[in-house]
Design a protein around this ligand. Structure first.
Ligand SMILES: Nc1ncnc2c1ncn2[C@@H]1O[C@H](COP(=O)(O)OP(=O)(O)OP(=O)(O)O)[C@@H](O)[C@H]1O
Length: 244
């Protein structure tokens, strides 16, 4: 089994406020894992650590075996990231947004063109390529952000609550598209969310985070069996109530 992501004993505090406490979990290559937690659970803090925005001496994060503190270049080259707040340039077209990302990764024009075509096809955006991002709806904008995060062909993709603000059918579409990345393209995905209906079923893995601690992890049936409940809502609703 190849591990795309290995988090070991990770802790982080904002002053006196403990945001993550001894967090450990793994994401296997080519698999979908949901980091599920109510507001304030520590999901975004984990993201900030995984992308090296923050640093913590307590614990380790390895991406395909590369420790992000000791080998940041090698580790981050294997990571694609979609942040919670959208970061597209709305005045650029779909294609220009992708070309810009390709340039930042140092790709030559021809290779950039090849990868842009692949992403446009993969995300059903080919016929929108010349439209300004501003003209697209929230779901399509998110697709461009995911496509952009894949321009350097990372085998691990992190998405921080990518469906915030989207309606239910658009959320479902995006969840399905990202599952396809795992199944068909062998990309490992860590998807953070506070919405239990974004978990798909038997093959998805879940890491349940609450108040900075991992409460449970495994496949959905494993997590339910460990808690002695029959559905995720019974497990998650009390944790969400604790957070509010
Ligand atoms: N800059 C900060 N200063 C102080 N405390 C912070 C800061 N950022 C986050 N926190 C606290 O750390 C804890 C974890 O926050 P975090 O944003 O990681 O949670 P989250 O699971 O991403 O929640 P949300 O879904 O609301 O974004 C919360 O108690 C939050 O109030």
């Amino acid at each position: 089994m190849t591990l795309a992501l290995e988090v070991t004993g990770l802790s982080y505090s904002f002053g006196a406020k403990r945001a993550l406490s001894d967090v450990s979990f793994t994401v296997e290559a080519a698999s979908f894992t949901a980091l599920l937690g109510p507001n304030g659970a520590g999901k975004t803090t984990f993201f900030s650590l995984a992308t090296r925005l923050f640093d913590s001496p307590a614990g380790a994060i390895r991406i395909f075996g590369r420790d992000i503190r000791h080998h940041p270049g090698e580790a981050l080259a294997r990571l694609g990231v979609v942040f919670q707040d959208p970061t597209l340039d709305l005045d650029l077209s779909v294609e220009q947004n992708l070309r810009y990302a390709a340039a930042l990764h140092g790709l030559g024009r021809r290779e950039a063109g090849r990868r842009i075509e692949r992403e446009l096809a993969r995300f059903g955006l080919a016929d929108r390529r010349h439209e300004k991002a501003r003209r697209l709806n929230g779901g399509h904008r998110r697709r461009i952000e995911i496509a952009r995060a894949l321009m350097h062909e990372p085998p691990l993709l992190l998405l921080d609550e990518p469906t915030v603000g989207l309606d239910v059918p658009t959320r479902r579409q995006l969840v399905e598209m990202v599952h396809r990345l795992c199944r068909e393209d062998g990309i490992a995905v860590l998807w953070t969310t506070h919405l239990i209906d974004e978990l798909d079923g038997a093959d998805d893995r879940v890491v349940l985070l609450s108040q900075g601690r991992v409460q449970s992890r495994g496949t959905i049936p494993e997590v339910l069996a460990a808690a002695g409940v029959s559905d995720l809502a019974s497990l998650f609703t009390p944790l969400a109530a604790l957070a509010s």
